[in-house]
Design a binder for this molecule. Structure first.
Ligand code: HSE
Length: 398
């Protein structure tokens, strides 16, 4: 069976390697060999073992009827969307690792796949090598999922872990994460939480069966987290992690991406480095957690190749994985309730005027004080903190 890869970067080249290294077992599992016929990339790769497969024009793949499975590992919405759409319309099944594409155009691409009686799957788009999509769409379909809390961005978890353990500088550790192939081309997507936002939008769409617009999810990243925040966290016996969360609220879900202060008994507290973890609470299952490499060439490629085997086994058999195009109206994020850790230059009497009794956390810094509020809605917190002023930073507690 002839296959093609679009995008010969970190993941695409990993896919080529997995196909080569695991050739024998893959042939056994599929019942025939998965033969790499094309690699689409605008760049030249002189001396590369797959040099003869390289093409620069996506229509070369579209027009080749022999190609049944196409992998999209280019990243970004365009031109990935145009290329994937053309592949599906040409009767080819597609797997993508591209969360930006799935979160933005997933509903449309699923519809196009259905109309053309092919499959569109995206196991690698969330959690890298963690098989979370198929777990949700197959194994957990007997449950109503009440909560998902995830560390689903390897770059930021790697950075936060290093900042916590080694007191590393933010810029230096970001450069290291990029050189290890964890970070997106534009690190903003990682550090500002956009990548985690798209991933929780995908997971919430899967568990609700409706399309979640990632623009509706309030999202904060880690770019404002400082060494001093980690000193306070340590004094409180907590760790700081970037969480992507969704919680069932009546007929809908309430979502947020933000850094949270976690206690050591929190399920996600010990998830360190580039590892990802997805905690899921089902109404029958109770607690479960899925842990593994969330980024990097071979772990992500492993999930892509798993999808290729699935696609090969289901050629001409469309399988419904995904959600309907109807939009899910998320619950109002202003009504979410948290305790907040606040650093401020305001005095204790000013703090107590606005927030009443609070728990102080001091580091003996001259010009600021840290405190934890009682549980408040986002809306109440916003009003009281703007009345207080002098806010240096705010981190929610989980
Ligand atoms: N940049 C992403 C991460 C890659 O760090 O998790 C995997 O989606």
């Amino acid at each position: 069976m002839k296959v093609a890869i679009m995008g010969y970067g970190t993941i695409g080249s990993g896919v080529a390697k997995v196909l080569e290294i695991n050739k024998e077992v893959l042939t056994e599992r599929v019942g025939e060999a998965l033969e790499l016929k094309y690699i689409l990339d605008l760049r030249d790769f002189p001396g590369d073992p797959y040099e003869k497969c390289l093409v620069k024009y996506y229509m070369d793949i579209v027009k080749d009827k022999e190609v049944k499975i196409v992998v999209e590992t280019m990243g970004g919405v365009e031109p990935a969307f145009t290329f994937v759409k053309a592949m599906l319309e040409a009767g080819k099944s597609v797997t993508t690792s591209n969360k930006a594409l799935v979160a933005d155009k997933g509903s449309e691409l699923m519809e196009i796949a259905r109309k053309n009686k092919v499959n569109f799957v995206f196991e690698a788009a969330v959690g890298g090598g963690i098989p979370i999509i198929r777990t949700i769409t197959a194994c957990l379909t007997g449950d109503v999922i009440e909560e998902i809390s995830a560390i689903c961005n390897g770059t930021t978890n790697y950075m936060l872990t290093n900042m916590e353990e080694n007191g590393s500088d933010y810029a230096e550790i970001l450069a290291e994460a990029q050189s290890l192939g964890y970070a997106e081309k534009d690190p903003t997507a990682d550090v500002e939480g956009h990548d985690s936002c798209r991933k929780i939008a995908i997971l919430t769409s899967l568990i609700s069966g409706k399309a979640v617009d990632f623009n509706d999810i309030p999202t904060e990243g880690i770019s404002k987290i400082s060494a001093t925040d980690f000193k306070y966290a340590k004094a409180m016996g907590r760790s700081i992690k970037l969480l992507a969360r969704c919680e069932k609220l009546g007929d809908t879900y309430s979502c947020r991406v933000a850094p949270f202060l976690l206690k050591p008994n929190h399920t996600l507290y010990h998830v360190a480095g580039v590892m990802n973890a997805v905690y899921i609470r089902g109404n029958m299952l109770g607690d479960s957690m899925y842990y593994g490499a969330g980024a990097g060439s071979l772990p992500t490629a492993s999930a892509v190749v798993g999808d290729m085997v699935f696609l090969a086994r289901n050629i001409d058999k469309p399988v419904k994985i995904g959600w309907d195009s109807e939009k899910l109206e998320l619950a109002d994020p202003a009504m979410q309730k948290y305790k907040y850790f606040v650093r401020t230059s305001a005095s204790q009497s000013e703090i107590e005027n606005e927030f009443g009794k609070v728990d102080y956390s001091t580091l003996d810094l001259d010009d600021e004080v840290g405190f934890v509020t009682a549980e408040l809605t986002e809306c109440e917190f916003k009003q009281r903190s703007s009345a207080l002023g002098g806010i240096i930073s705010v981190i929610r507690l989980a």
